[in-house]
Design a protein around this ligand. Sequence first.
Ligand SMILES: C[S@@+](CC[C@H](N)C(=O)[O-])C[C@H]1O[C@@H](n2cnc3c(N)ncnc32)[C@H](O)[C@@H]1O
Length: 170
Amino acid sequence: MADTFNHDTEFQSRAIRDIIEWDIGNWSRALEFWENTTAKDLRTVNALEIGSRNGGLSLWIALRGGRCLCTDLHGPSPRAVEVHRAYNLSQSIDYAVVDAAGMEYEHKFDIVLFKSVLGGIGYGNNRQKQQAALNAIHRALKPGGGIALCGKSCGITASPVFAPTLCELG
Ligand SMILES: C[S@@+](CC[C@H](N)C(=O)[O-])C[C@H]1O[C@@H](n2cnc3c(N)ncnc32)[C@H](O)[C@@H]1O
């Protein structure tokens, strides 16, 4: 599947639409950045997507050959399951209801991914909740694990709590 993704441009365009879904021109650059900068072998990673809604980033991991736990506050949407099935990747993806600010995974994942989620977690200027989510993400990562995130700067860098925590996450 990774070969098809790399070499079939029509397949790649469709997949990027399903992975990114909206504001594709901007957000799809994150995929390129992650692929060029990660030290992880995506074919063997055990990943966690939080706030997934339609499971786009889980699809990306599975297309790259890795496994992903696709989660959202009230569970991923039925569309997530449908899309993953359409790519014949259901066997690489599990689903769960997860509140990122309250999850209790310990040293389980190589990568935690999320797109446009931190702002929502901290809705109403709830920095404590954002900090709880970042602490939980840190705990969920294996030693040497990494995060792949994208979102508007107002959801991320404008919050002073993120700077030290993200540095610590590495
Ligand atoms: C703007 S949507 C983004 C959905 C998807 N990541 C995307 O890029 O299309 C924000 C998502 O964050 C989820 N969310 C909000 N609070 C959350 C929490 N505490 N834990 C996990 N997910 C949360 C929402 O349910 C929603 O699916």
